[in-house]
Design a protein around this ligand. Structure first.
Ligand SMILES: NC(=O)c1ccc[n+]([C@@H]2O[C@H](COP(=O)([O-])OP(=O)(O)OC[C@H]3O[C@@H](n4cnc5c(N)ncnc54)[C@H](OP(=O)(O)O)[C@@H]3O)[C@@H](O)[C@H]2O)c1
Length: 347
């Protein structure tokens, strides 16, 4: 059994990690850290775990985690705990970081997008970007994996086949993303307060979204010069990301586009290609991804080009589920272990 520690266990990603890990046949949860809830039963914060996890949150203690865990998963905000991956690796643990602290290879982008000077620029190069569909073999051999942001996951998975195979004018992509409320984390603000957050389609970051940096990093590795323009909208969902992007390429049949996507993802366990006029869901919709580790991809082909769409659950494929997928690879388990089950319908 692999012994897992979770730091940031009180949060939404922490809770979702625990929901997945309690059912995982190859792991045992050894330690769940929360500064504010140390000593409290975990199910009091994550009530869905009541029948599954009779354990309390603990204080952060590096050597205790080192003695009791084989891997630690960090689910804390960016800009804090930047020193932790190095410290845990020094005492022999594997590390998965869900924050943005190690997603970007270029240290100067941290000042631009996150407002801090990165204190460990050399470690940025060693962190493996934790998206199995793009970096499977590196993740399998990694001691340290930095998982993508939720919109970045939806955007990179939607655009990778296009960038790999098609010539796009100016290599520029104009995209929109719609995001549910859990993407903002569990710490309330006036913007996330229920009367302000409910019933909205709120343009909240029309330019300069942080996840652009990750999306461009991964796509320029496939084709230099790719530029992404992303506008993000907060919408009235608890979970879910919907990403769509205009791709100005003509003269492609539906069959051509299918082939392009199948070549990239034909054997991917967590990618579902969906474009089905006869289905209740004709194209990807976050509603069908709720609670699952699937990313749904689809497209519509028009006279001026195609529009590609992706949909996923930000807490699962966009966060905790993707991290468990990486854990499976890092320990040589079947990648689907603990993650392969149908979603809820209706929900
Ligand atoms: N929400 C999503 O959809 C999503 C998706 C992908 C990635 N992520 C990333 O995952 C991380 C966690 O997100 P979340 O939504 O779970 O946030 P959250 O609900 O706000 O939880 C944050 C957790 O971090 C702990 N924490 C806060 N400040 C800390 C500090 N200085 N040192 C140690 N622990 C600290 C908090 O608990 P205590 O104060 O009790 O310790 C809490 O458990 C973030 O970096 C986020 O960007 C989130």
């Amino acid at each position: 059994m692999v012994r897992v520690g979770v730091v940031g266990g009180r949060g939404y990603i922490g809770g979702e990690l625990l929901r997945l890990l309690v059912q995982h046949p190859e792991v045992e949860i050894s330690c769940v850290v929360s500064r504010s809830k140390a000593g409290e039963y975990i199910h009091r914060i994550h009530p869905n775990l009541k029948a599954f996890l009779n354990m309390r949150f603990s204080d952060f203690n590096l050597s205790r985690i080192g003695d009791n865990c084989d891997i630690v998963i960090l689910a804390i905000p960016h800009g804090v705990g930047v020193e932790l991956p190095q410290k845990f690796m020094e005492i022999g643990l594997k590390v998965i970081d869900l924050s943005a602290n190690y997603r970007l290879k270029n240290p100067s982008l941290y000042e631009k997008y996150y407002g801090f000077r990165h204190p460990y620029p050399d470690l940025l190069k060693k962190a493996v970007y934790g998206l199995p569909e793009l970096h499977r073999s590196e993740i399998s051999n990694a001691q340290f994996v930095s998982c993508p942001g939720c919109i970045a996951t939806a955007g990179i998975l939607a655009l990778t086949p296009i960038v790999k195979e098609l010539e796009i004018d100016n290599s520029s992509f104009f995209a929109h993303a719609m995001i549910g409320s859990t993407a903002a984390g569990s710490t309330p603000t006036i913007y996330t307060h229920h009367p302000e957050r409910v019933n909205i389609v709120r343009p909240y970051k029309l330019t300069g979204h942080r996840h652009i940096a990750e999306i461009e990093q991964e796509l320029t590795a496939l084709k230099p010069g790719v530029k992404v323009f992303l506008s993000a909208y907060a919408v009235d969902m608890v979970r879910g990301i919907m990403f769509s992007c205009q791709v100005p390429v003509g003269n492609l049949s539906d069959r051509d586009v299918w082939r392009i996507y199948r070549r990239s993802y034909g054997s991917e366990p967590f990618i579902i290609l969906l474009k089905d006029q006869k289905s209740l869901f004709k194209l990807p919709d976050p509603k069908i991804a709720v609670g699952t580790n699937f990313c749904y991809l689809g497209f519509e082909n028009g006279d001026d080009g195609i529009v590609v769409v992706s949909a996923l659950d930000n807490l699962v494929k966009g966060g905790a589920g993707n991290a468990v997928q990486c854990l499976n690879l890092m320990f040589g388990f079947d990648e689907k272990t603990g993650l392969y089950y149908p979603g809820l319908h209706p929900v």
